[in-house]
Design a protein around this ligand. Structure first.
Ligand SMILES: Cc1cc2nc3c(=O)[nH]c(=O)nc-3n(C[C@H](O)[C@H](O)[C@H](O)COP(=O)(O)OP(=O)(O)OC[C@H]3O[C@@H](n4cnc5c(N)ncnc54)[C@H](O)[C@@H]3O)c2cc1C
Length: 377
């Protein structure tokens, strides 16, 4: 194969690496009919050089061999303010401090306004802080790669953070492991569609007849870190909590097609760090869970260990390597629901509100049905 194909949706994670690799700018990205960014190749410009395939982590042969985990921890950042603003234990901030304090650059996903999640570049703690917190929507990485390549080539310490497919793309773009580059991914359930997300925002603005000023995908202000409640703050400071988007996320129809065939559902990855919500912490070290957030941290390689050593005093850490993490997505991808095609057909015909009512009922019955389906499939 000399050029990437968009025929099999499960073979494209939408990272943008192919467009960056193309010497004739023959590849452009646009939102597909499910609202995910997808490439298309202009055949008139394509010179069949094969670079796009070489740099594709799903269609090329370059996925890279995973490294063994050398450290497994439960982690909480000691600074309570930072932890309150982080999804779980705030370990991302401690790891990124290591880079920033050495004059480096951090890459990660930020919520721009309330409507778009995109990867940005940070050289200061203020810029980096925009990356804090999980945004349960696919982040756009297509415009970040040139800056990333430049920083890496300049020899600056660089931390790239993102979903496992995005960190794998980052690794391929720079030609494999580099001494000045650290990669941090997370245990990933799958990424929902950015356009569906925008529709949700419009829907909530209409419903409350107000403009949204801020959004928290998992608001910890009045809810424990283990619950999953969205917090919406409107311009007049009215705050409402909802589970409408969360329920769609967990119903799984809105995930990218490639997520159901994710090859990174293992602890052996090419990244230096994997972070996650520490589900199951109560059965490992209940006293460590104060309801404000605990991260799972997996460390690979000597470099990863050294970086952690350098920021260790900022974290409360316990070694949990005696108990394997219970996360399903470290073993297999999220199952493709049998209702996925119907979901998108309904969405295209009837729009957001209709699908959110019909499919976003993550109630007890649906949970049981999903568990049975998940086991059988
Ligand atoms: C789409 C998605 C699915 C996830 N699924 C699971 C799961 O199934 N199980 C689990 O245990 N944990 C999951 N996580 C990870 C988890 O929510 C936290 O990232 C983790 O607990 C670390 O939190 P923290 O407090 O250390 O840092 P935080 O400060 O909360 O972490 C921020 C980090 O997440 C990155 N990030 C945030 N949103 C995105 C995005 N949309 N795309 C790419 N990178 C992003 C930022 O770049 C930064 O590196 C998921 C995260 C996302 C974004």
């Amino acid at each position: 194969m000399t050029r990437i194909s968009n025929e099999k949706k499960e073979q494209c994670s939408g990272c943008g690496a192919c467009a960056t690799a193309c010497p004739t700018q023959a590849i452009t990205y646009a939102y597909d009919d499910e609202g995910f960014l997808a490439p298309s190749v202009d055949e008139k410009l394509c010179v069949n050089c094969g670079k796009c395939v070489k740099f594709c982590h799903l269609q090329g042969e370059n996925s890279g061999k995973g490294k063994k985990v050398v450290g497994q921890y439960a982690a909480k950042i000691k600074d309570e303010k930072i932890r309150a603003n982080s999804r779980s234990g705030g370990v991302f901030t401690a790891l990124s401090d290591f880079i920033l304090e050495r004059g480096g650059v951090v890459y990660g996903a930020a919520l721009l306004g309330v409507e778009k999640v995109e990867h940005i570049r940070a050289e200061t703690p203020d810029e980096r802080d925009k990356m804090r917190g999980s945004k349960y929507v696919q982040s756009d990485t297509t415009r970040i790669w040139e800056a990333f390549k430049r920083d890496v080539a300049d020899g600056r310490p660089v931390l790239f953070t993102g979903s496992p497919c995005q960190t794998q793309a980052a690794r391929l773009i720079i030609g494999g492991e580099r001494d000045n580059v650290y990669l941090c991914d997370f245990v990933c359930h799958g990424v929902p569609s950015p356009i569906l997300w925008r529709d949700y925002i419009s829907f909530m603005e209409k419903k409350y007849r107000r403009t949204l000023a801020a959004f928290d995908f998992r608001d910890k202000r009045e809810h424990s870190w283990e619950s999953h409640v969205e917090g919406l703050t409107f311009v007049d400071q009215k705050t409402v909590y909802s589970r409408r988007y969360t329920n769609l996320f967990y119903s799984n129809e809105c995930l990218r097609e490639s997520c159901y065939a994710c090859p990174y559902t293992t602890s052996e990855r090419t990244s230096d760090f994997t972070i996650a919500d520490y589900w199951g912490i109560d059965s490992v070290a209940a006293e460590f869970n104060d309801s404000k957030g605990v991260s799972l941290l997996l460390v690979r390689g000597e470099r990863g260990e050294k970086a952690l050593d350098a920021v260790k005093e900022r974290l409360d850490l316990i070694d949990t390597s005696h108990t394997p993490p219970p996360h399903n997505n470290l073993q297999r991808s999220t199952s493709r629901p049998e209702t996925r095609d119907a979901f998108w057909e309904d969405y295209r015909k009837y729009g957001f509100k209709y699908v959110s009512v019909k499919y976003g009922r993550y109630d007890a019955l649906r949970k049981i049905k999903y568990k049975i389906f998940d086991k059988l499939s």
